[in-house]
Design a protein around this ligand. Structure first.
Ligand code: DQA
Length: 176
Protein backbone atom coordinates (compact mmCIF):
# COMPACT_ATOMS: atom_id res chain seq x y z
CA UNK A 1 0.00 0.00 0.00
CA UNK A 2 1.37 3.42 -0.85
CA UNK A 3 1.05 6.41 1.44
CA UNK A 4 -0.02 9.66 -0.15
CA UNK A 5 1.87 12.67 1.09
CA UNK A 6 0.96 16.27 0.55
CA UNK A 7 2.54 19.71 0.93
CA UNK A 8 5.64 20.11 3.05
CA UNK A 9 5.67 16.40 3.95
CA UNK A 10 5.89 15.47 0.26
CA UNK A 11 8.69 17.92 -0.32
CA UNK A 12 10.48 16.67 2.78
CA UNK A 13 10.42 13.06 1.67
CA UNK A 14 13.16 13.98 -0.79
CA UNK A 15 15.16 15.18 2.21
CA UNK A 16 15.20 13.78 5.73
CA UNK A 17 11.95 12.96 7.46
CA UNK A 18 13.34 13.80 10.85
CA UNK A 19 12.11 17.10 12.29
CA UNK A 20 14.27 19.98 11.10
CA UNK A 21 14.42 23.13 13.20
CA UNK A 22 16.45 26.24 12.51
CA UNK A 23 17.46 28.52 15.39
CA UNK A 24 18.30 32.03 14.17
CA UNK A 25 20.09 34.64 16.24
CA UNK A 26 20.25 38.29 15.21
CA UNK A 27 22.89 40.98 15.72
CA UNK A 28 25.02 41.28 18.86
CA UNK A 29 23.86 37.92 20.20
CA UNK A 30 27.37 36.60 19.48
CA UNK A 31 28.34 38.72 22.51
CA UNK A 32 26.08 36.84 24.93
CA UNK A 33 27.82 36.02 28.18
CA UNK A 34 29.50 39.41 28.39
CA UNK A 35 26.85 41.69 26.85
CA UNK A 36 24.66 43.53 29.39
CA UNK A 37 24.23 40.45 31.64
CA UNK A 38 21.57 42.29 33.64
CA UNK A 39 19.34 41.98 30.55
CA UNK A 40 20.67 38.92 28.75
CA UNK A 41 22.16 36.67 31.45
CA UNK A 42 25.56 34.96 31.52
CA UNK A 43 25.03 32.01 29.15
CA UNK A 44 27.09 32.34 25.97
CA UNK A 45 25.63 31.75 22.52
CA UNK A 46 27.65 28.52 22.33
CA UNK A 47 26.10 27.35 25.62
CA UNK A 48 22.62 27.99 24.24
CA UNK A 49 23.32 26.42 20.85
CA UNK A 50 25.00 23.31 22.27
CA UNK A 51 22.09 22.77 24.63
CA UNK A 52 19.55 23.05 21.79
CA UNK A 53 21.47 20.79 19.41
CA UNK A 54 21.83 18.18 22.20
CA UNK A 55 18.14 18.33 23.06
CA UNK A 56 17.30 18.03 19.36
CA UNK A 57 19.52 14.96 18.97
CA UNK A 58 17.92 13.34 22.02
CA UNK A 59 14.51 13.88 20.40
CA UNK A 60 15.65 12.57 17.01
CA UNK A 61 15.52 16.04 15.43
CA UNK A 62 18.00 18.06 13.41
CA UNK A 63 18.59 21.43 15.08
CA UNK A 64 20.69 23.93 13.11
CA UNK A 65 21.84 27.24 14.54
CA UNK A 66 22.91 30.44 12.79
CA UNK A 67 23.92 33.85 14.11
CA UNK A 68 24.75 36.89 12.02
CA UNK A 69 25.12 40.61 12.54
CA UNK A 70 23.90 41.51 9.04
CA UNK A 71 20.26 41.64 8.01
CA UNK A 72 20.92 40.32 4.48
CA UNK A 73 22.73 37.23 5.77
CA UNK A 74 19.81 36.42 8.08
CA UNK A 75 17.38 36.86 5.17
CA UNK A 76 19.47 34.55 2.97
CA UNK A 77 19.46 31.95 5.76
CA UNK A 78 15.65 32.10 5.95
CA UNK A 79 15.47 31.59 2.16
CA UNK A 80 17.79 28.60 2.54
CA UNK A 81 15.56 27.15 5.26
CA UNK A 82 12.60 27.34 2.88
CA UNK A 83 14.60 25.56 0.15
CA UNK A 84 15.58 22.91 2.75
CA UNK A 85 11.92 22.48 3.76
CA UNK A 86 12.74 23.19 7.39
CA UNK A 87 9.78 22.48 9.66
CA UNK A 88 10.12 25.26 12.19
CA UNK A 89 12.17 28.35 13.01
CA UNK A 90 13.02 29.70 16.45
CA UNK A 91 14.20 33.27 15.96
CA UNK A 92 15.60 35.96 18.19
CA UNK A 93 15.78 38.85 15.71
CA UNK A 94 17.48 40.98 18.41
CA UNK A 95 17.64 44.66 17.36
CA UNK A 96 16.02 43.82 14.00
CA UNK A 97 12.86 42.91 15.93
CA UNK A 98 12.02 46.59 16.05
CA UNK A 99 13.18 47.64 12.57
CA UNK A 100 13.18 44.90 9.95
CA UNK A 101 10.30 44.74 7.51
CA UNK A 102 12.64 42.80 5.21
CA UNK A 103 13.20 39.96 7.69
CA UNK A 104 9.48 39.86 8.41
CA UNK A 105 8.84 39.56 4.66
CA UNK A 106 11.39 36.75 4.35
CA UNK A 107 9.66 34.77 7.11
CA UNK A 108 6.26 35.39 5.55
CA UNK A 109 7.57 34.24 2.16
CA UNK A 110 9.08 31.10 3.68
CA UNK A 111 5.72 30.11 5.23
CA UNK A 112 7.71 28.23 7.90
CA UNK A 113 6.00 28.46 11.30
CA UNK A 114 8.14 30.26 13.86
CA UNK A 115 8.40 31.28 17.49
CA UNK A 116 9.88 34.71 18.26
CA UNK A 117 12.09 34.75 21.29
CA UNK A 118 13.75 37.37 23.46
CA UNK A 119 15.98 36.76 26.44
CA UNK A 120 14.80 39.94 28.13
CA UNK A 121 11.21 41.05 28.67
CA UNK A 122 10.99 43.61 25.88
CA UNK A 123 7.76 45.03 27.35
CA UNK A 124 9.52 45.95 30.59
CA UNK A 125 12.16 47.99 28.75
CA UNK A 126 12.33 51.13 26.58
CA UNK A 127 9.16 51.86 24.60
CA UNK A 128 10.96 51.46 21.25
CA UNK A 129 11.37 47.77 22.14
CA UNK A 130 7.64 47.27 22.64
CA UNK A 131 6.92 47.02 18.93
CA UNK A 132 7.91 43.92 16.99
CA UNK A 133 7.62 43.43 13.23
CA UNK A 134 7.39 39.67 13.84
CA UNK A 135 4.92 38.96 16.63
CA UNK A 136 1.70 38.98 14.62
CA UNK A 137 3.15 36.42 12.18
CA UNK A 138 4.64 34.23 14.92
CA UNK A 139 2.94 31.13 16.29
CA UNK A 140 3.91 32.57 19.66
CA UNK A 141 6.36 34.81 21.48
CA UNK A 142 8.62 34.01 24.46
CA UNK A 143 10.06 37.11 26.12
CA UNK A 144 11.86 37.54 29.44
CA UNK A 145 12.62 33.93 30.37
CA UNK A 146 16.34 34.17 29.59
CA UNK A 147 18.10 31.19 28.03
CA UNK A 148 15.36 28.89 29.32
CA UNK A 149 13.05 30.49 26.78
CA UNK A 150 14.97 28.71 24.00
CA UNK A 151 14.44 25.32 25.67
CA UNK A 152 10.73 25.99 25.96
CA UNK A 153 10.51 27.15 22.36
CA UNK A 154 12.30 23.99 21.19
CA UNK A 155 9.97 21.77 23.23
CA UNK A 156 7.03 23.58 21.66
CA UNK A 157 8.48 23.26 18.14
CA UNK A 158 9.01 19.51 18.51
CA UNK A 159 5.45 19.00 19.70
CA UNK A 160 4.08 21.30 16.98
CA UNK A 161 5.84 19.23 14.28
CA UNK A 162 4.70 15.95 15.83
CA UNK A 163 1.06 17.12 16.02
CA UNK A 164 1.13 18.37 12.46
CA UNK A 165 2.59 15.09 11.22
CA UNK A 166 0.04 12.95 13.04
CA UNK A 167 -2.85 15.18 11.90
CA UNK A 168 -1.49 14.97 8.36
CA UNK A 169 -1.52 11.17 8.39
CA UNK A 170 -5.05 11.12 9.87
CA UNK A 171 -6.20 13.25 6.93
CA UNK A 172 -4.48 10.85 4.53
CA UNK A 173 -6.26 7.87 6.13
CA UNK A 174 -9.67 9.60 5.89
CA UNK A 175 -9.08 10.47 2.25
CA UNK A 176 -8.79 6.76 1.32
C1 DQA B 1 16.56 41.01 22.51
C2 DQA B 1 15.80 42.30 22.82
C3 DQA B 1 16.05 43.35 21.75
O1 DQA B 1 15.32 44.53 22.06
C4 DQA B 1 17.52 43.69 21.70
O2 DQA B 1 17.77 44.62 20.67
C5 DQA B 1 18.37 42.50 21.57
C6 DQA B 1 18.04 41.27 22.29
C7 DQA B 1 16.45 39.96 23.64
O3 DQA B 1 16.81 38.82 23.41
O4 DQA B 1 16.00 40.29 24.74
O5 DQA B 1 19.43 42.54 20.93
O6 DQA B 1 16.01 40.43 21.33
Amino acid sequence: MTTKRTGRAAAKSAHSLRPHILVLHGPNLNLLGSREPQHYGVATLDDINQDLVGRGEAAGALVETFQHNHEGALIERIHQAARDHADFIIINPAGYTHTSVAMRDALAASAIPFVEIHLSNIYARESFRHHSYFSDLAVGVVSGLGAQGYELALEYALRHIQNRTSHGSQKTEKAH
